[in-house]
Design a protein around this ligand. Structure first.
Ligand SMILES: [Zn+2]
Length: 286
């Protein structure tokens, strides 16, 4: 039954999908779903293996934010994520007269995407561009992102992280709903060396990429008993030797000096989605 549904979904939705995916990658059952399911907001499963109900669409614009690349249909999230983005937008607008450029949230019912992310599956993740624009500035929603990091040299470009970006990171890291924020190791290293109080940097986690955008992840909500939180970041600000190893390895990778360790031959188990997600998929009418 499940296989049949997977097959049916992708045939029935193919003409719609062709208009919706600029990157032209094969769709999956979740990436062709057009609209949210149900009114009860719930995240089901983990950030990189799950789905959701009751998603809300982020408006194309609002005070302090513009949503980019809406043709991807990834502007859905749990109500608390939409609320968080609005709060952050209001904050940067009031404080700096700027607006955020918002990247991907989740698909209408979450689930696996056909390109670009392994997480963003349960409506609690959002990518936000590192560069903000003036509140009255027009932006091409299909323009490219620009990096703020020189990866080979291990430093932040243009003399440092803009104040409004630093403040957006601070607001996010100290927000009670935020679990963690992924940033490039060079971004974190810069903040480690320039902030007087580094305790808030605990929520900033070094990860590859994330030099053009930062990725905010919210905690599971109390109304989602099947939502799986990640373990919280380890105690301390994380401004330590392991962070500097990330910076060094990134530089070695982009300059061709990196020597990869031999890969383990252990096969990864295929992911099995929560049963509830399969049930939701089966309820979809194609
Ligand atoms: Zn992301």
């Amino acid at each position: 039954m499940r296989k049949l549904i997977m097959a049916l979904c992708c045939v029935g939705a193919s003409s719609w999908a062709q208009n919706y995916q600029p990157e032209n990658k094969p769709n999956n059952a979740w990436s062709v779903i057009k609209s949210p399911s149900g009114s009860f907001a719930e995240s089901i499963g983990s950030y990189a293996n799950g789905c959701m109900t009751g998603a809300v669409a982020l408006p194309p614009t609002g005070e302090g934010f513009v949503d980019m690349r809406r043709n991807r249909n990834r502007f859905y999230g749990q109500p608390k994520l939409i609320e968080f983005i609005k709060q952050l937008g209001y904050y940067v607008s009031e404080r700096h007269g700027k607006k955020l450029l918002i990247g991907d949230l989740s698909q209408p019912m979450g689930g696996r995407m056909n390109f670009g992310h392994s997480s963003h599956q349960i409506g609690l993740d959002v990518d936000i561009w590192m560069q903000l624009i003036f509140a009255n500035e027009q932006v091409d929603p299909y323009r490219d992102m620009h990096t703020i990091v020189d990866k080979a040299g291990g430093f932040v470009l243009n003399g440092g992280i803009p104040k409004e970006t630093r403040d957006a990171l601070y607001f996010s890291a100290t927000h009670p709903d935020v679990a963690r924020i992924f940033v490039n190791p060079v971004v974190k290293e810069y903040l480690c060396s320039t902030e007087t109080d580094t305790s808030w940097l605990r929520a900033l986690r070094a990860w590859w990429g994330h030099d053009e955008h930062f990725h905010v992840r919210l905690k599971c909500d109390a109304n989602s008993p099947l939502c799986k939180n990640q373990a919280p970041p380890p105690p301390g600000d994380g401004c330590d030797g392991s962070l500097y190893n990330w910076v060094q390895e990134q530089s070695d990778r982009v300059t061709g000096r990196f020597v990869p360790k031999p890969k383990s031959k252990k096969k990864r188990k295929p992911k099995v989605m929560p049963e509830m997600c399969y049930q939701l998929l089966e309820q979809q009418s194609w």
